[in-house]
Ligand binder design. Structure first.
Ligand SMILES: N[C@@H](CCC(=O)N[C@@H](CS)C(=O)NCC(=O)O)C(=O)O
Length: 206
């Protein structure tokens, strides 16, 4: 059976759990990371030398890096519909997965750690205001793309919606001023109607 290591309040673990539930997979989840420890154990480091969560073991296929895991599960269970067979459609979705890592994450992480986890090194008000503004401008890119489609790669949920979908819930619940982004909000409402999103992503920020 698929085994997933990672605490439920980790955004990268949320991606994997949401994906697994969208695909209807049976899995066992084991708490790991932060107060749960585990990532420091030798056996964990042998699976994941990055010592982060999530990690999966799918009947001997051991993987880490959340977006890679989401791609793997969606491709392995392609009949469930998250992995478009058309290469161009899939690439449009994957572009937003890479954008989450390359562009969206830095200032989102600063805000989350400063405003929710209260990390002392992320309490600079000027830097927080700058990060709030920059994330608004960054999300505006996806808002513009969603003017023409219901989901990031077209008219149905695909693998590309999962990383940015986890982040839009977090962004919408941070105590910051946000620009009006109606297409992004409409997409977020579509995600919020999905039981697997409700179960794994729509949690209090901690
Ligand atoms: N690029 C990695 C990042 C993994 C990562 O940084 N995970 C965080 C949680 S979101 C973590 O392991 N933090 C340390 C911990 O929980 O002990 C991925 O997407 O899987």
């Amino acid at each position: 059976m698929l085994k997933i290591w990672g605490r439920t309040n980790s955004i990268n673990v949320m991606k994997v759990l949401w994906c697994a539930d969208e695909l209807g997979l049976d899995y066992e989840r084991v708490d790991a990371g932060m107060t749960f420890g585990v990532v420091g154990e030798d056996w964990y480091g042998a699976m994941n030398p990055n010592r982060r969560v999530p990690t999966i073991d799918d009947d001997g296929v051991v993987l880490w890096e959340s977006n890679t895991i989401v791609r793997y599960l969606a491709a392995k269970h392609a009949s469930a519909g998250l992995w478009p067979s058309d290469a161009a459609t899939r690439a449009v979705g994957e572009k937003w997965m890479d954008w989450q890592l390359s562009t969206l994450m830095e200032d989102m992480t600063y805000l989350f750690w400063g405003l929710v986890r209260k990390a002392p090194d992320k309490q600079d008000p000027d830097r927080q205001n700058q990060a709030a503004q920059s994330t608004g401008a960054i999300w505006a890119m996806l808002d513009a793309a969603l003017a023409e489609r219901d989901y990031v790669a077209g008219e149905r949920l695909t693998v590309g919606d999962i990383p940015v979908g986890c982040f839009v819930w977090r962004w919408s619940n941070l105590p910051i001023e946000r620009p009006a982004l109606p297409n992004l909000e409409a997409w977020h409402e579509r995600l919020k109607a999905r039981p697997a999103f409700q179960k794994n992503v729509m949690l209090a920020l901690t």
